[in-house]
Design a protein around this ligand. Structure first.
Ligand SMILES: Nc1ncnc2c1ncn2[C@@H]1O[C@H](COP(=O)(O)OP(=O)(O)OP(=O)(O)O)[C@@H](O)[C@H]1O
Length: 471
């Protein structure tokens, strides 16, 4: 489903001047299409779906390097850096003079979103309804992305939005390290300190979301990106983690950012009912159709932590119904020899996260206070080069905000908590919901998101399984 993160920085060779807008599509103010769409107040580049659809015909047929470029107005796509089930993600630059820092653009083909809806909607009342529901999904993703990333470094920053006849374009901060998933593949598994470094930052991000009344619902290593820090594999071996430094990171992983809000949801009463997520990381209550809450994210954190520490996910079965049975019973093991050297503190944290009963499961504050999470092995080894050096600071791999994750945690949380709009005074979100009501057609409840069982890239698992087999 995802391509590896290959940051190819070559400029695309466009054969036309894409700074020149297509004729006949601008209004007097220079805005593309008619103003007044409900996106306009939320997103400066907002466009109305129907008006845009007609405009597609004005585009000259040009051989762009990427077809997604042809209808994109303000950015030039440079290279493809990722792919989701229904989208392609590109490295791009703003061509309107609003900054030269490269950004990431997720181009979602509308048709694929509509087809996905058709597959899962049992009784669609026609195209319009499907379009509206898809649009609602996208609005939801953008609004949540925009809200949560405003005041926290642990999310990819939301930057902009464009809509054309064929695509939704979501513009966000470009994170250059790649996915944590690929790091697990590269290193096979992480030291406990590096696992703490990653999962603490995920927990801070989740705390931020939960405080805003938003549940992410798709926490997995593929949705965790990182800013790189210099990496020197032990003895030149790139598959061995280097020294971990508190406040800096290790294994080439610095700041960690949570992304992909496609399944995120604002839940007012702390509960939600729509089954969704990536199967291996989904909590048992989802399969049991019970009401579930913010605690599903805690299960996701548990699955990620387990995977970071041993290199394979806690639940894996090719057969989906067997997988569901295993998850429902919380049937996982700390298999020897993989878990022999992993501390009881780490196992204890996982046991509390992978607790089948959501009422007994850790909530985000319980996890942030977990003793294992709040201790670092490197602090107990006097000879190790634990802290950031001048070199780290000079080469930018030192992140002041996380100078000492151990103590910065509470300070960071406090800072974030102070800037989070409280549930009741989140006018932006309320506004979005109000605007949603203006959608044509009726909105008939939530979509059932399909489970995506994708272990194609889980070479981690295969590698571990092979090793187990030959052990
Ligand atoms: N801001 C970003 N910076 C760098 N890479 C990114 C960024 N956003 C996305 N990517 C890359 O593109 C991939 C796909 O993005 P994303 O997960 O948002 O797409 P999706 O269609 O929602 O995927 P999925 O099918 O998992 O839901 C990511 O896994 C990541 O490798």
């Amino acid at each position: 489903m995802h391509n590896s993160f290959i940051c190819d920085c070559r400029m695309s060779s466009l054969s036309v001047d894409i700074n020149t807008p297509p004729s006949g599509t601008e209004n007097d103010e220079g805005n593309f299409m008619q103003e007044g769409g409900y996106f306009d107040d939320i997103f400066p580049t907002g466009l109305e779906l129907d008006e845009v659809s007609d405009a597609a015909t004005y585009y000259p047929s040009i051989n762009y390097r990427f077809p997604e470029q042809s209808e994109l107005r303000n950015y030039e796509l440079l290279s493809k850096i990722g792919e989701g089930a229904f989208s392609k993600v590109f490295k791009a630059v703003d061509i309107t003079g609003n900054g030269q820092v490269p950004v990431a653009i997720k181009a979602i083909k509308k048709k694929s979103v509509y087809i996905r809806d058709e597959e899962i909607d049992h009784d669609p009342e026609g195209d319009e309804e499907i379009k509206n529901s898809s649009r609602k999904q996208i609005i939801n993703e953008i609004a949540i992305h925009r809200m949560v990333s405003k005041n926290s470094p642990h999310f990819t920053k939301f930057i902009d939005f464009e809509e054309s006849a064929t695509y939704f374009y979501l513009v966000s901060e470009l994170v250059t390290g790649g996915e944590i998933f690929d790091k697990i593949v590269q290193l096979t598994y992480f030291s406990e300190d590096l696992a703490r470094h990653v999962i603490t930052q995920v927990a801070i991000a989740v705390k931020h979301m939960h405080y805003m009344g938003i549940v992410h619902r798709d926490i997995k290593p593929e949705n965790l990106l990182f800013e790189p820090i210099p990496f020197h594999g032990r003895n030149g071996n790139i598959q061995k983690e280097d020294t971990f430094k508190l406040g800096v990171g290790g294994g080439g992983i610095g700041l960690v950012k949570l992304m992909d809000f496609g399944l995120s949801k604002r839940i007012s009463s702390n509960t939600a009912k729509t089954p969704c997520g990536t199967m291996e990381y989904s909590a048992p209550e989802i399969f049991k159709s019970e009401e579930y809450s913010m605690k599903v994210d805690m299960w996701g954190i548990g699955c990620v932590l387990f995977t970071l520490l041993c290199g394979y996910p806690p639940f894996y079965e090719k057969n989906q119904s067997k997988l569901v049975r295993k998850i429902s019973k919380g049937d996982y093991e700390f298999l020897a020899p993989w878990w022999d050297d992993i501390s009881s503190g780490a196992k204890n944290a996982i046991i509390h996260l992978l607790e089948v009963d959501p009422k007994k499961r850790y909530d985000i504050d319980d996890f942030l206070n977990d003793p294992w999470l709040n201790s670092y092995d490197c602090l107990n080894s006097p000879n190790s080069n634990t802290y950031a050096t001048i070199e780290d600071i000079l080469n930018g791999s030192f992140d002041e905000r996380t100078e000492n994750l151990h103590s910065a945690l509470s300070c960071e949380l406090q800072k974030q908590v102070n800037t989070i709009p409280h549930e009741n005074d989140s006018s932006e979100f309320i506004y979005m919901v109000e605007e949603d009501r203006h959608l044509r057609g009726s909105w008939t409840g939530e979509l059932m998101m399909p489970f995506t069982l994708d272990l194609k890239r889980s070479s981690v698992y295969r590698r571990r399984k092979d090793k187990l087999f030959f052990w």
